[in-house]
Design a protein around this ligand. Structure first.
Ligand SMILES: Nc1ncnc2c1ncn2[C@@H]1O[C@H](COP(=O)(O)OP(=O)(O)O)[C@@H](O)[C@H]1O
Ligand SMILES: O=c1ccn([C@@H]2O[C@H](COP(=O)(O)OP(=O)(O)O)[C@@H](O)[C@H]2O)c(=O)[nH]1
Length: 232
């Protein structure tokens, strides 16, 4: 069983696939899934994307760097939205970030993060890597290594990593296991190369799984064979 995890969720888990904004039903489902794993005493760090609000590359009339800053701020909005929702559901949550100075957001400080975990808080790392030109997958890889997670879980809308995009190719084949090198060399676009490279360098295992199948997350943590496992 994994006791210390970094969970990466794309922004669309808050809005529903290919939608924007916030969907009450989607967030309620998410909260229930999180509540189930917190109940098991798992130390949970989270990184949330902003695809439901802004992705830099989708803001065509905006300069790249500014678009990415808007995207990163989107992750802070999502984190605060989630914190508020989680707390109404009885999940103690703290949002940490280096990119904003707000009374509801704390600075990232390693010693404090350990205290939050020990006090049973979910820690949401907001603001991506703090740099433009990166993604929240890369932020998730960095935070997973920093918090010494047992595993990085990328919870997404497909069942795992395939030999090609399963949303585009019906005959795509799923891998149960794959090495970092194969994931990088085959150009499998489920996570960016930077994220895979960081995990490879620091031997951070990854599970990619479907977040929309009930209890998938908990079952993966309890060691059943769910999704795709990425290993050295
Ligand atoms: N080789 C692959 N295996 C699995 N999914 C892939 C692959 N290549 C591309 N994808 C796509 O990646 C998406 C998941 O990435 P995610 O970061 O959660 O979403 P997004 O990039 O849309 O924000 C899936 O919906 C899938 O369509
Ligand atoms: O370190 C980071 C992380 C994110 N972003 C910006 O924030 C947006 C939202 O992140 P992402 O695309 O990873 O969200 P997701 O697709 O996972 O919802 C990105 O498109 C980028 O514009 C960034 O500039 N630097």
């Amino acid at each position: 069983m994994y006791n210390r995890i970094l969970l990466k969720l794309s922004g669309e888990v808050l809005s529903g696939e290919d939608k924007k904004g916030f969907d009450e039903k989607a967030i309620d489902y998410l909260s229930n899934e999180i509540k189930d794993i917190v109940k098991h005493g798992i130390k949970l760090g989270m990184v949330i994307g902003a695809g439901n609000l802004f992705r830099g590359r989708e803001l065509e009339d905006v300069t790249n760097t500014i678009g990415d800053h808007i995207g990163m701020l989107g992750t802070v909005i999502n984190a605060l939205y989630l914190k508020d929702y989680f707390e109404r559901k009885g999940i103690k949550t703290v949002v940490v970030s280096q990119i904003v100075d707000l009374p509801s957001v704390r600075r990232i400080h390693y010693d404090d993060i350990e205290l939050y975990f020990n006090a049973g808080y979910v820690v949401i790392f907001a603001g991506g890597t703090s740099n433009p030109f990166f993604t929240t997958d890369t932020a998730a890889a960095l935070r997973a290594v920093e918090m010494k997670a047992d595993i990085l879980i990328k919870a997404t809308k497909v069942d795992g990593i395939y030999d090609k995009d399963p949303k585009k190719f019906e005959n795509a084949k799923k891998y149960d296991k794959i090495t970092y090198d194969d994931a990088i060399n085959l150009g499998l676009k489920i996570m960016d190369t930077e994220a895979f490279s960081i995990c490879k360098r620091y031997k951070m295992p990854i599970i990619v799984l479907n977040f929309f199948k009930k209890n998938n997350l908990l079952n993966a943590l309890l060691n059943s064979n769910i999704g795709t496992f990425v290993k050295p």
